[in-house]
Design a protein. Structure first.
Length: 166
């Protein structure tokens, strides 16, 4: 039992590179699934109306397949039903520079953006054990008390200076 608590959390990831959309549009879809269980994330994406939803769904299913394959291949004990989306990132890829004709013989430059989508899944139970071992920060309340006292002292000084000038 002590070995399972100290074991690192196993992550499985999948990537889709050079997708022809801006990272900003892809992040709207990825933000919907961050932290969700895999089954719930697939259902959420499946009923989304965004154009990048099918691509993100494909990447998520690929990450799940990677987890399943590696658990069989390496003999790991991974429960696919217990996976959740740990990270979902849309990084900026290369930009294609294009020229659009403009009036009076001019030309305007614009850029077609690309994105790299990375989805990482991990097991839910193992993360909860690792997160449960850390305690809540206790010292957070002490500095707040000192700051409020310092603000009150500064306010009193300015009030006495104004009274002395008048």
């Amino acid at each position: 039992m002590a070995k399972s608590a100290a074991a690192p959390v196993r992550e499985f990831r999948a990537e889709a590179k050079f997708q022809r959309t801006s990272p900003q549009k892809t992040k709207l879809v990825l933000d919907m699934i961050k932290g969700l269980r895999v089954e719930q994330a697939i259902n959420t994406i499946h009923f989304s109306t965004k154009r990048m939803a099918p691509v993100v769904e494909k990447v998520l299913k690929s990450a799940i397949a990677n987890a399943s394959y590696l658990s069989d291949e390496q003999g790991l004990d991974v429960d696919v039903d217990n996976l959740y989306v740990r990270t979902a990132v849309a990084n900026e890829g290369p930009r294609m520079k294009r020229i659009r004709p403009a009036p009076m013989g001019r030309a305007f430059r614009y850029q077609r953006r690309m994105t790299h989508i990375i989805v990482t899944v991990a097991e839910k139970g193992k993360v909860a054990e690792a997160a449960g071992s850390t305690s809540a920060p206790v010292a957070a309340t002490k500095p707040a008390g000192k700051k409020t006292a310092a603000k009150k002292v500064a306010a009193k000084k300015t009030a006495t200076k104004k009274a002395a000038k008048a």
